[in-house]
Write a protein that binds this ligand. Structure first.
Ligand code: SAH
Ligand code: SF4
Length: 349
């Protein structure tokens, strides 16, 4: 029986080092391979010209380099691009490239579908299909990067596409390590953001990890009852406990946790909610992103009128919390927050 080949992109830098040493090679060889794979985007062993031919052949016998090709790319009127990928087993995932003034942010998926079932989110309505491998997470970056014109580069990565990243803990963390590793993608930890509903055991584990990135918590309500109604995960991972952990999260100086708050008419948008939110965030270095709900036919909610959103924001600001209203981009191609469901908007031939 032959041993299956290993996808090198599923290995963390340390795992790659062990793998390379099991082939009798030195550590610096694994660093060379990291650079080929992630800094230069090599897709074959042949390209790795600073490795000897015999070593490349040995690698080819036991490993391979996976690649992800987009099935469709759709561009929104505001310049946002949605990339649809079909995985080997037929599941579909999406990445969204969002150009802003001085930033080019890529929003990547960590799962096909999502098990959390938030009632305002189309990905939640699809249900859970499966976890993505580390390779499938980082191949989204490599694949999108290849389409960019010269001199243009992705500046920020947000793990805010399909799926709940902490529900795919090991693969997501390995992907984040590769994103921030100096010999791999080399993103500064300030430019990688992981967004989560806040799963308690995983958050506790996260506090012990050495890898650094920015943390965003999807709060979306100012009391347990509303949050449990909107986000079923709150029943097992109540907001108060999530916030207690946030209070003790080891943050570098001047770094804040982002709290995302999808604004839904009549559910969580009252001045009372804003005041409760201020109380909840006391003692946590925080900033709040207010995201007006992206409406969709299957979502039983509406976004609040603009005045209500501005009043909410004002209460937070007066209470000393930075609050930004974040209009989602790419709504016309279903690329905005909560709209990812693995389908193109237009039917392609
Ligand atoms: N599962 C993770 C990351 C993906 S969702 C999480 O929930 O944090 C990314 C963001 O989109 C979350 O903050 C979520 O609250 C928001 N979102 C989901 N559905 C939305 C919708 N219909 N309109 C606006 N934002 C939405
Ligand atoms: Fe999953 Fe996030 Fe959507 Fe909730 S908001 S269903 S956690 S993707």
């Amino acid at each position: 029986m032959s041993i299956p080949k290993i996808d090198l992109k599923n290995l963390s830098p340390l795992e790659l080092e062990y793998f390379i040493s099991s082939l009798g090679k030195e550590r610096y060889r694994s660093l060379q391979i990291l650079r080929w794979l992630y800094l230069k985007g090599a897709e074959t062993f042949e390209e790795m010209t600073n490795l000897s031919k015999s070593f490349r052949q040995a690698l080819e016998q036991v490993s391979f380099i996976s690649i992800l090709h987009p099935t469709y790319v759709e561009e929104s009127r505001d310049g946002t691009k949605k990339f649809l990928f079909q995985l080997e087993d037929g599941h579909r995932i999406e990445s969204v490239l969002i150009p802003e003034k001085r930033r080019l942010t890529l929003c990547v998926s960590t799962q096909a579908g999502c098990a959390m079932g938030c009632r305002f989110c189309l990905t939640g309505q699809m249900g859970f299909k499966r976890n993505l491998s580390t390779a499938e997470i980082i191949n989204q970056i490599l694949s999108v990067r290849k389409t960019l014109p010269p001199q243009t580069s992705i500046t920020n990565i947000v793990l805010m596409g399909m799926g709940e990243p902490l529900n795919n803990y090991e693969n997501t963390l390995r992907a984040v390590i590769l994103m921030t590793h100096p010999e791999a993608f080399k993103f500064s930890s300030r430019r990688v953001t992981l967004s989560t509903v806040g799963l308690l055991p995983q958050l506790e584990q996260l506090m012990k990890e050495t890898v650094r990135f920015r943390l965003a918590i999807s709060l979306n309500a100012s009391n347990e009852e509303t949050r449990s109604r909107l986000m079923p995960s709150n029943r097992h991972h109540p907001m108060k406990k999530v916030l207690e952990l946030c209070r003790t999260f080891p943050l570098p100086p001047r770094v804040r946790i982002t709290f995302e708050y999808v604004m839904i008419e009549g559910e969580n948008d009252s001045p009372e909610d804003a005041k409760n939110l201020l109380k909840l965030l006391k003692g946590i270095p925080s900033k709040v992103n207010l995201i007006p709900l992206n409406e969709a036919p299957n979502i039983p909610f509406r976004k609040p009128p603009e005045e209500k959103i501005l009043t909410f924001q004002e209460i937070l600001m007066k209470g000393g919390v930075t609050a930004i209203v974040r209009a989602s981009k790419g709504a016309d191609i279903s690329a905005a927050c909560g709209q990812l469901q693995g389908k193109p908007m237009i039917t392609h031939p």
